[in-house]
Ligand binder design. Structure first.
Ligand SMILES: [Zn+2]
Length: 573
């Protein structure tokens, strides 16, 4: 790093910009930083000048001096790291922000702790018609199956509903089941499962995938104001983590786009009030019960809601479920469930037809695929769509990618399909140790989150958090991407350490790589003259800290179009 910086300093001396023709002064000069620009050659610089929200200069300190006028704000960064602001290629800002105000069960490591929290919430939310929240961790309960009786003992008299941290299970009490009319005679819905007592057939209180909707559809919908308030809480967290753009992973869908309108409306309202401090690329959710005809509804939403900071540019397709409850679609049966390999949500023909129509309508496509069969079905659909030369530049991406068959790894590069990973998940946590390895067996477990293999094969990489499923902090995910170990002691051994990536790759994944996935790479994602000044200042140069200290580094300043959306107390402005 030191060597490359020295080279750049020498270049600055060779072309002394102070002798160039006078330039209009900048509004802001960030000087004395370790600027990792994320431009194509991955150059380093010392200073950046910003005018009218855009980068007008990147280079050596000497060159930046020409941009300092009487009114220019100059920040001396004393060797701190300056990067393009992070972009999150997969997150749920509005639902996550709303969840923060409800009963937050995230990161509580024991069942006793979860129940204590529910008790506290039940008192606090006493006036509400439902006691609700989310974030409970599957491994906390035996088999990932919390019981309705536990909730009944705390909330006996009104319905209670708690979604799991993974977003694919929920936990309800008897009152909620009764209100929804779910009994032992209720059949499992398509793509869902009601967990039952093996002898009586009675629902036990855990619902998987679409079975959750049987109950959740009876809950009151949040109002527009509650959604905007949730978004603002989320934005504050994203800004504090250095993030200025997100892909809204699942904005909703349905007939006439009815399910998406409340989400898109909330972004639009926040923008109208001047409160939208994220660039948002929204994924409109495809309904598996409908065919390609739903793309017409999506196209209407896209044109109705596109604005300066909001672009409903992509469709979201759920190709399968998740591994823990064995709803992910695998090529071979689960090791612990002979004959059961999980079912894809879309049959291959249906997936091909939907992707083809989306491509015809110029939509990007963002597929949730966890199992290796779901990944293959998605790649096959993208391969078919790429046969039309006019589809070459459409953003096709697959997210989560928990298991990829090695034969499919080179296809990401060949088909220009973006691997949209949640690197924070790529270590042996309780989900993997207790609920995943046993279902995959050792051979397939070698291919859990194979980030390194996709990157080494030249596949495009984007990174995202899936917040509020897990931490939204890019530095947390980058540390795990480098170490394949948990953030805190005691740490289990690195999980498939061959799949670790290096720091430049991880930083690219969270900046220019995600900008490409978000369709924002011409405007953002690197620090180059002409691009928007979406920037982040970190406490220290990450190349000079141990990989195990990356998550500890503080974000000091986050700029969107040259204006602070977050600033640590010590940063004067
Ligand atoms: Zn998600």
């Amino acid at each position: 790093m030191r060597l490359r910086l020295a080279v750049l300093l020498a270049a600055g001396t060779v072309a002394p910009l102070q002798h160039a023709a006078p330039v209009p002064p900048a509004d802001l000069v960030l000087d004395g930083a370790a600027v990792y620009t994320m431009d194509a050659p991955r150059s380093w610089a010392e200073a950046v000048a910003v005018r009218d929200g855009r980068v007008v200069f990147v280079g050596a300190s000497a060159g930046a001096r020409a941009f300092v006028g009487p009114k220019t704000r100059v920040l001396k960064l004393q060797g701190r790291m300056l990067l393009p602001a992070f972009q999150d290629a997969h997150a749920h800002p509005i639902s996550g922000g709303i969840e923060l105000e409800l009963c937050d069960l995230n990161d509580i490591p024991t069942a006793t702790g979860v129940l204590a929290k529910v008790r506290e919430c039940a008192t606090k939310m006493g006036s509400k018609p439902w006691i609700s929240g989310g974030g409970w961790l599957l491994p906390v309960f035996p088999g990932g199956n919390p019981k309705k009786e536990d909730l009944d003992s705390i909330v006996p008299d009104k319905p209670a509903y708690f979604s799991a941290a993974d977003g694919h299970s929920s936990w309800v009490n008897s009152k909620a089941l009764a209100l929804a009319g779910v009994t032992k005679d209720t059949a499992d819905p398509k793509d869902g499962r009601i967990e039952r007592d093996p002898t009586s057939g009675e629902p036990t209180g855990t619902l998987r995938e679409s079975a959750s909707d049987l109950v959740s559809r009876h809950m009151p919908e949040p109002t527009l104001d509650e959604r905007v308030a949730g978004l603002r809480r989320a934005q504050a967290l994203f800004a504090a983590a250095g993030v200025t753009a997100v892909q809204e992973a699942s904005a909703g869908g349905g007939a006439e786009g009815a399910g998406a309108k409340p989400t898109l409306e909330a972004y639009r309202e926040a923008e109208r009030r001047g409160q939208l401090t994220l660039r948002v690329v929204a994924n409109l959710t495809a309904d598996p019960a409908r065919g390609p005809e739903q793309v017409a509804d999506m196209a209407k939403l896209r044109s109705a809601y596109a604005s300066a900071r909001l672009r409903p540019a992509n469709a979201k397709i759920f190709a399968d479920g998740v591994i823990e409850p064995r709803t992910a679609a695998m090529l071979e049966p689960y090791t612990d469930r002979p004959g059961d390999r999980g079912e894809p949500i879309f049959a291959p023909e249906a997936m091909n037809a939907l992707v083809a129509r989306l491509a015809d309508e110029r939509f990007g496509v963002h597929v949730h695929a966890i199992g290796d069969r779901a990944v293959r079905i998605s790649l096959d659909a993208f391969e078919a769509a790429r046969r039309k030369p006019e589809n070459a530049d459409l953003r096709f991406q697959i997210t989560h990618l928990e298991v990829i068959d090695p034969a499919d790894i080179p296809r990401f590069r060949r088909l220009n399909v973006i691997a949209n990973f949640q690197a924070l998940w790529a270590y042996a946590d309780d989900y993997i140790v207790d609920m995943t390895w046993g279902g995959l067996g050792p051979e397939r477990s070698r291919w859990i989150y194979p980030i390194g293999s996709v990157v080494h094969a030249g596949g495009p990489l984007a990174l995202g958090s899936d917040w509020s499923v897990s931490s939204l902090k890019p530095l947390d995910a980058i540390q795990v991407a480098l170490t394949r170990q948990g953030l805190t002691e005691p740490r289990r051994p690195a999980m498939v350490p061959e799949e670790a990536i290096d720091l430049p790759t991880a930083l690219a994944g969270y900046t220019i790589g995600s900008a490409y996935a978000n369709g924002l790479e011409k405007e953002t994602g690197s620090i180059e003259a002409g691009k928007s000044a979406d920037l982040v200042v970190l406490e220290r140069n990450l190349f000079e800290v141990s990989p195990f200290d990356i998550a500890k580094q503080r974000v000091l300043l986050t700029l969107l179009e040259g204006k602070p959306v977050f600033r640590a107390p010590e940063v004067e402005w």
